[in-house]
Design a protein around this ligand. Sequence first.
Ligand SMILES: Cc1cc2nc3c(=O)[nH]c(=O)nc-3n(C[C@H](O)[C@H](O)[C@H](O)COP(=O)(O)OP(=O)(O)OC[C@H]3O[C@@H](n4cnc5c(N)ncnc54)[C@H](O)[C@@H]3O)c2cc1C
Length: 388
Amino acid sequence: MTIFDQFSKSRNWKEEERLVLDQVQRVADEVIAPKAAAYDKTGEFPWDSVNAVNELGLNAIFIPEEFGGAPMRLRLYLEVVEIISEACAATGIIYATNYHGMKPLIDMGTDEQRKRLLPKIAEGGLGALAITEATAGSDATGMKTRFTPDGDVIVINGSKLFISNGDVADLILLFGKWSEIDDPKAAISVLVLEKDTEGFSVIGKEEKMGHRASSTCALSFDNVRVPRANLIGEPGEGLNILLASLNKSRPSVAAHALGIARAAFKDLIAYSNERVQSHRKIIEFQASQFKIADLGSELVMTEVWLHYVADLIESGSDDYGVEASIAKMRGSDIAMRMAIECVQFHGGYGYCADYRAERLMRDAKITQIWEGANEIHRQLIGRSFIEK
Ligand SMILES: Cc1cc2nc3c(=O)[nH]c(=O)nc-3n(C[C@H](O)[C@H](O)[C@H](O)COP(=O)(O)OP(=O)(O)OC[C@H]3O[C@@H](n4cnc5c(N)ncnc54)[C@H](O)[C@@H]3O)c2cc1C
């Protein structure tokens, strides 16, 4: 038994959780993974894989029962993200984006908003989270999208960039600035924009290095009128909501990155046990073993940390920002390192598309950039040790 089998057994999943995980693993192996290379090649949105995820009702696991869901533990949701992302990173991020976009509505919306908006997501609708703009990347407070109140309506003008699921989402959690508040940070507000609202358009779709099948879109808002009933919290509460929601989505992007790392580790181990050079399997060279020891240890330790963060969040703590940053930073760094080593272990074959190593390397890179570039997380983590 390897350390990974042992680790997997030690997780003590409840029986109903084990059932869900077995079903997800089956769909990942039989439906999602076999299609991943073709979707990557064409860049087509992976509807078959997304529909397979929805047939299992996987959005419901993070939505409260009274709004159409069937909630399960956060660590179960994270494991589901990992399994799907191991099979296909693009499908994994499409699924996780539903959670990233809808979690602020789940946690901070009113009952009226949640009853009206969440059931369609629980049934398999897609969500998006729209923060980034041309002038607002790592510093989200530079956003310029404007929310102007007009009686019972909010009028939206502006644009967003790099929005995952932007062209397919049923609901978009959209951040902008309240026109009546001058302070640029205090003006940030957030609302839910529903699909097909007049004046909302998708003006571009990125051609990307990896995650080619997931859509990453430029969005435009031209006098878009949204009922004021879709505002989450009060005008000006957006920055707090944004920071709180990023802390919740970071463990989820860490799980997605760890899915890629797991895929790369499995491929690297399988190949190094099979490939023979100089009359020996390449895993028998000590240089290979040292690398495998470092990579495997880092992977398993990061998984343990992610579960620690999940339990911390579920214990009701509201102070887990640094812990979430550590999970995001280490999860994405090991994904990138593992994917590079996976290519290296495969030699020349790793550089060619017959093996998935090259796709994993392309998919891994963005995990160090999105949801707070790792430079920002290093800053947040380091700063937390300054003595007051
Ligand atoms: C495929 C993809 C999907 C995405 N999905 C979404 C989405 O669904 N919703 C959404 O809102 N956004 C999304 N994004 C945007 C993503 O979150 C941003 O790209 C990211 O936050 C970085 O912003 P930026 O690209 O403007 O880089 P910049 O902020 O311009 O950063 C450029 C470089 O400077 C460094 N840097 C910046 N500030 C500092 C600092 N203070 N200290 C040290 N270094 C710094 C960064 O680390 C980085 O290396 C997505 C992006 C991509 C490519």
